[in-house]
Design a protein around this ligand. Structure first.
Ligand code: GLN
Length: 248
């Protein structure tokens, strides 16, 4: 009887250990949540995710003595992944906003972003103001959950905004005349315009913003560690040299 009992106990313990092991990450790993459709910050080159964020994250992981693991997901699931502990931090050309700060912490900023407007070369949209002109009914494409999406909805009304899962999907819809423009961060905008014939970026920008890394509210140790690493990487020129590798 005793033997059976201890066997059951051992089995239960083993089960608990396995169950725990499968959801908990390796303590030696640092998981970054991103959406790898955002060149030059994160994108696929063959099978691997490269870009400014990927390289800065690698430099941070090296400083923290951890192995960087990049988890690719839809942009609008990154904050939840970080909040729930599925990922340790989110890095995705992510803009610091008051709303996001209610749910998550941001590190010090490491880059500036600008919301740009992509239009077909022959578009009659000449400036951002044309989008809100009286009687204007242009359809505006955005990437779901991004600041461009949130601002566009606020400025032009939800019924004029078409939300796409990735920036690339929005650009494809623009190429197929399904929408009149795409509002997206200007570095990916440049990459999309370069990769596709017949598109241009409006000279007037939509908004300017700061990019930072997001960390769960309770994970203040990691926030401090990343900020310390970022500071060193800024001071020794690493961040500048990574950025200038991707942005000429
Ligand atoms: N900077 C924008 C934001 O934070 C877009 C980021 C992205 O699409 N990866 O919402």
């Amino acid at each position: 009887m005793k033997k059976i009992f201890s066997l059951i106990l051992a089995a239960a313990l083993l089960f608990a250990l396995c169950a725990c092991g499968s959801t908990q990450q390796d303590a030696g790993e640092l998981h970054m949540a991103t959406n790898a459709q955002f060149p030059p910050y994160e994108y696929y080159e063959n099978e691997s995710i490269v870009g400014i964020d990927a390289e800065i994250a690698q430099a941070i992981a090296d400083k923290l003595g951890k192995k960087l693991v990049i988890d690719d997901m839809d942009f609008d699931t990154i904050i939840t992944a970080v909040q729930s502990g599925k990922a340790d931090f989110g890095m995705a050309g992510m803009t610091v906003t008051e709303d996001r700060l209610k749910n998550i912490n941001f590190t010090d900023t490491y880059a500036k972003g600008v919301q740009a407007v992509i239009v077909p070369e022959d578009s009659d949209i000449k400036s951002v103001d044309d989008l809100s002109a009286e009687g204007a009914d242009y359809r505006i494409g955005t990437q779901k959950g991004t600041t461009g999406d949130i601002y566009a909805e606020g400025d032009f009304g939800a019924d004029r905004v078409d939300k796409f899962t990735t920036g690339n999907d929005a650009v494809q819809a623009l190429l197929n005349d399904k929408i009149s423009c795409v509002i997206i961060d200007n570095e990916p905008a440049k990459a999309y315009v370069e990769a596709n014939e017949g598109l241009k970026i409006l000279e007037t920008a939509y908004t300017e913003e700061d990019y930072a890394i997001c960390v769960a509210k309770e994970n203040t140790q990691l926030l401090d560690d990343i900020n310390k690493a970022l500071k060193e990487l800024k001071e020794d020129g690493t961040i500048d040299s990574i950025v200038s590798k991707y942005i000429k």
